[in-house]
Ligand binder design. Sequence first.
Ligand code: BG6
Length: 505
Amino acid sequence: MTEKKVLFTIFGATGDLAQRKLYPSLFRLYRTGHLATSFAVIGTARRPWTDEKYRAIVEETIAYLNPSEQEAADFSSHFYYQAHDVTDTEHYDALKDLATKLDTKYQLEGNLLFYLAMSPSFFGTIVEHLKSQGMLDSNGYHRVIIEKPFGSDYQSAKKLNQEITNVFAENEIYRIDHYLGKEMIQNISAIRFANNIFESMWNNRYIDNIQITIAENLGVEDRGGYYDKSGALKDMVQNHILQILSLLAMEPPVAFSEKEIRTEKIKALESVRVYSPSEVKDNFVRGQYNAGHLAEEKYLAYQDEPGVADGSTTETFVAGKFAIDNFRWSGVPFYVRTGKRLTERGTRINIVFKQVPVNLFKAEVGTTCEQPCLDPNILTIYIQPTEGFSLSLNGKEVGPAFNMLPIQLAYRNSSEVIENTPEAYEKLLLDALNGDGTNFTHWKEVAQSWRIVDVIRQTWDEDTAELPSYAAGTMGPQAAFDLLEKDGFQWIWQPDAWYRERNLL
Ligand code: BG6
């Protein structure tokens, strides 16, 4: 394996993301040899840390990976700290001097990777200064990784994109959606395009509906301040959910390459119907959690979480139905839901297939089962925490009668495999080092996702009706169940049912 020669400059180096995700991911890349001797990291933020302090923090963040003392020290010796005010031009000069010094010391060949992991309001200022202060004059490549949120609506995203593209070309910009680095999200393409039984049926002739659930059992934790301004729609639907939807809905690319996959994802997103306000009311519901409990565990109401404004009307739950207006998907609802403080943590995709055209196994006349009593075939893709997939089929129950029985063919990654699965950020960092933007979002995807989401947001902002609520620990407000019921469907994954049956909810 050839090691990568690169200087990382991390803006927001003292922050939560850097500590929880970036340093451990860099360390894993170090362990696997992708980073070895020729790399350096400049961490910048406002706090006046020294290199020693910075290195000690970096070592703390990787402690759970059990490095030896020597290994941790060798790794952290590549880290340098530069206190920095992103609006002050002179600070960029200091940054440039340090970058030049490190380039010589570690022989980095002028390769620069900038990571913007701080308040998006500074992204534009930072990239502008990188250019004006000559930080991008080196000979190697110049790439920038940008954390979400990329804007807060279409207009602000467009402005931000303009600022960034004034400095970096589209193929130098890596907009992060960490879901795209997840093992089982990447597996969607494998399942679809390596199995003829699925791809040949992947359309409105055979599929009844598709369900995407990203459920979290955590509340807003210490992110109340950010979340209260964002809400579930912008925090999860605009990015992660629409990205998953585009991977499920896209046409097969002509090659498994960045360019071809992106082209198809963009087309898929452009086929998602942008609703009118009245369609939003029919097809999207939201909710906010009240106090609740799950078995012995008691939860606060969202309104009582730290950082949340009094009387906040921010939604902590969204469920909705997307329509895709193209030949493949016309008439197939894509139901999505996501929320905080739900019953269980889990991201799952359910592909629900249509029933057989004639049910030969109808129950005898006079019983309640007049309709086809068969369960639908369902392909479930488990994204997390379980990783794997299952297919439910109907078979005959053993015995003299001809009774149907749903049977599950299931494959789950073992806990050992899951343990060794590269973290999403590790994969994405490596992709960016390799110059591969496949698992990052192109501007056109971001733009279209905002267009889809903006009308939902605007409709809700103008809606004076009271915000529906749900008890913490449940799977969202009743309206989220009604949404499918009125179409004759139901959510396939109902982790709350188990608790309700036992009176624990
Ligand atoms: C982030 C959201 O993008 O994704 C968080 O801002 C959310 O609110 C998180 O908790 C979920 O990510 P994961 O990887 O834990 O499913």
